[in-house]
Structures are given as C-alpha cells and as structure tokens.
Ligand binder design. Sequence first.
Ligand code: AP5
Ligand code: MG
Length: 210
Amino acid sequence: MNLILLGAPGAGKGTQAEILCDRLQIPTISTGNMIREALKSGTEMGQKAKAYIEAGQLVPDEVVIGIVDERLHQDDCKNGFILDGFPRTIPQAEALDRMGITIDRVVDIHVPDEVITRRVSGRRVCLDCGNTYHVETKKPLQDGVCDRCGSTLVQRKDDQPETVQERLRVYHDQTEPLRDYYEATGKLLVVDGQQDIQTIAEQTLALLKG
Ligand code: AP5
Ligand code: MG
C-alpha cells in the first residue's frame, strides 16, 4: 500500500503515521523529520533549509523532491510506504507522479485552524527519534523523556504561535489545493481529525480496506 497523509500542520499526520506504520508494517517517510535530521547533523541541505523552516515557509521544491525520490527507491519501500508531509505543493505532486511509483490512497486528516494552534503549542518532540507527544493529550510516561528512546523532549522552534500562523497560511495557499488534485484521481479519503487518536487510526484502516 502506497499511502499519502495530507493535512494542515498539526492535523496529526505524524501521529497517525506512527500507528499506521506499525499496523501496516510499512515505513513512514516524513520529509519534516528528514529535513530536521539534516539540520541537526549540519549537512548542506540542512543549512539551506534552516531559514525556511524557522520562518514557517516551505523548503524549495527541488530540494525536497530530490530527497524523496532517493528515499522511495530504497529497498524497504518495495512493499509500500506512508508519506507524511509530502507532497505539499502541486509541483511536488506532479514530480511524484513522474517518479514511476503508483499512489494507492491519499488520506486527508481534516482539522479546523482554531484547533491547530492549541495542539501545536502543546506538542513536544524527540530530537533523536522524531517521536511526537502532547503535554495534555499524549503524555510521555516520564515528563520530558521520550518513551521510545529515552532522549529529552523539546518544543520545535516552528511551533511558536506566530510561526504556526504562517505555516497555516502557507498550508491554505500551497498545500490545500492538493485535495482537489487527488479528489480528481478518485484516491482521496477524508477523516475527521478531531476525534481521538485511536479512533482516527481505526477509521482510516477501515477506509483503506473498503
Ligand atoms: P513537518 O514536520 O511536516 O510539519 P507540518 O506539516 O507543519 O506538520 P506537523 O508535524 O506540525 O503536524 P502533524 O500533522 O505531523 O501533527 P502531529 O501528529 O505532530 O514540516 C516542518 C517544516 O519542514 C515545514 O514547515 C517546511 O518548512 C519543511 N517541509 C517539510 N516537508 C516539506 C515539503 N514536502 N516541502 C517543502 N517543505 C517541507 O500532531 C500535532 C500535535 O497534536 C501533537 O502534539 C499530537 O500529539 C497532537 N494530536 C495529534 N492528533 C491528535 C488528536 N486526534 N487529538 C488531539 N491531539 C492530537
Ligand atoms: Mg509531523
């Protein structure tokens, strides 16, 4: 199953990807996590991306398209994958179409803007493994410590309120048009992202089966 997760920043793409990856036994490819990883290890790509990420802007298409193309052609993607955060623009979707990989389903996790700010401001992330938590809705077992790898949890720089507003603006302007793009292919499924995390995952799995 080759799957795309669509949705605004904070809609729960990463959270759902983690559950679906486990249930479907296919890897998640998160461009946000890959870029943050490059930033942390100080690669040239990471340095280029830093200013964009911190301003809430998208990294240029050609940079992201290159890393996704390379990643999707690795062996572990042969039986399927979950794309979290890609494509995010029409040119990225068109580039994906040209990669010679068929997308089976696109799941749009729908959450209104007013809910996003609350969610994102309470999010804490593990800089080592990328796992995501929330101070109220998805607490780690031990405060400030990642359940999965034991590293320290931090708040993402782009989760500051002003940056979140800019990310939402960019989402509506550049990413939301992808809903129509995939609707036209008959591959789009929509789930209500305001339900609890497990319910959304179960609904998504049911839709994918049906
Ligand atoms: P990226 O890391 O992809 O950020 P994003 O899309 O802005 O998405 P988020 O990670 O903020 O949200 P999410 O939907 O994963 O939500 P989560 O599950 O964490 O990208 C960051 C930056 O990298 C971009 O701004 C851009 O600069 C660059 N970039 C990345 N990809 C790019 C691309 N393709 N092209 C160009 N640039 C790119 O959930 C959020 C919070 O809510 C969590 O705390 C979670 O616990 C909580 N939560 C989740 N679900 C629920 C629920 N059902 N109920 C209550 N709380 C919930
Ligand atoms: Mg995410």
